[in-house]
Ligand binder design. Structure first.
Ligand SMILES: Nc1ncnc2c1ncn2[C@@H]1O[C@H](COP(=O)(O)OP(=O)(O)OP(=O)(O)O)[C@@H](O)[C@H]1O
Ligand SMILES: [Mg+2]
Length: 255
């Protein structure tokens, strides 16, 4: 992986804690995202990765701590508002409209970027369609533009979700387990896709697949039991003795 200069800081989280009753799913985590990163959150089941991602996206409000995005505190901003200011989340499968073509789905996502007022304003619609086509090309679905979205296979649906999320023009894109359910071949193409996307939008993803993370991530944060246990380049993190032990134990628990 090419060594690139870290970009400016986009997001800073300090002392993030999420309590469910007396249980701490996330405990006092400091975290920073820099522009252009493909930043992976790793750790065994229940480590707190999804919970932390949901705190960044606003789906869960932290019990303690604060997040700054582009130098401003996010406070209790809703997920909808966060999406408008540039923190995007991959759409769930359910938000892909069955019967609508891939292109139509991405056009809808691109139009959502303008908000209600923007949608009422006269604007050349061709612009949105062109942007949607570019995004479909980027994710490798250029030839499937006219195919109904629900006719895609699982891997291609994931590609479509990424195109739709990018349609809103996020500065940071949050992805939870993007490789889940994908074949090895689909993983390969998703890896290439995320690397292309990272050229234009920063990515933070929770991911189980260590090989995948080693291949595509530029920075890794490892969690265990809600705490951050290591952070750095993929090599630094996966060679860390504590991380190795936690992953071995995790593997042993599953076996
Ligand atoms: N709404 C909730 N109420 C109570 N406990 C929760 C809730 N959501 C998550 N947890 C607990 O918080 C811990 C962290 O869960 P989380 O889903 O963030 O882990 P994860 O690292 O994403 O795990 P996985 O690798 O399995 O996806 C787990 O012990 C989980 O059971
Ligand atoms: Mg999870």
């Amino acid at each position: 992986m090419a060594v690139t200069e870290p970009g400016p800081v986009l997001l800073t989280a300090r002392g993030i804690t999420v309590a469910f009753g007396r249980f701490l799913a996330v405990a006092a985590v400091d975290f920073e995202v820099r522009e252009g990163e493909l930043h992976a959150l790793v750790g065994p089941n229940g480590a707190g990765k999804s919970t932390f991602l949901n705190v960044l996206g606003g789906q869960i409000l932290q019990t303690a701590g604060e997040i700054e995005f582009l130098g401003r505190p996010l406070g209790r901003t809703t997920p909808h508002r966060r999406a408008r200011i540039g923190i995007g989340r991959s759409f769930q499968l359910t938000s892909v409209i069955a019967g609508f073509s891939c292109l139509e789905n991405v056009v809808l996502a691109v139009e959502a970027r303008h908000g209600m007022l923007g949608m009422l304003r006269a604007r050349p619609r061709g612009e949105d369609a062109q942007r949607a086509r570019e995004l479909l090309d980027l994710v490798g679905l250029g030839s499937r533009a006219e195919v109904p979205a629900d006719e895609l296979g699982h891997g291609q649906q994931k590609q479509l979700e990424v195109a739709m999320a990018l349609g809103r023009g996020p500065r940071i894109l949050l992805l939870d387990e993007p490789t889940s359910g994908l074949t090895e071949h689909e993983r390969q193409s998703l890896g290439g896709l995320l690397q292309r996307v990272a050229g234009r939008s920063t990515i933070v993803m929770a991911e189980h697949d260590v090989e995948f993370v080693r291949r595509v991530a530029t920075r890794v944060t490892a969690f265990n039991l809600g705490r951050k246990i290591a952070e750095g380049s993929p090599d630094q993190v996966f060679e860390d003795p504590t991380v190795k032990e936690v992953f071995l134990r995790g593997a042993a628990a599953v076996a």
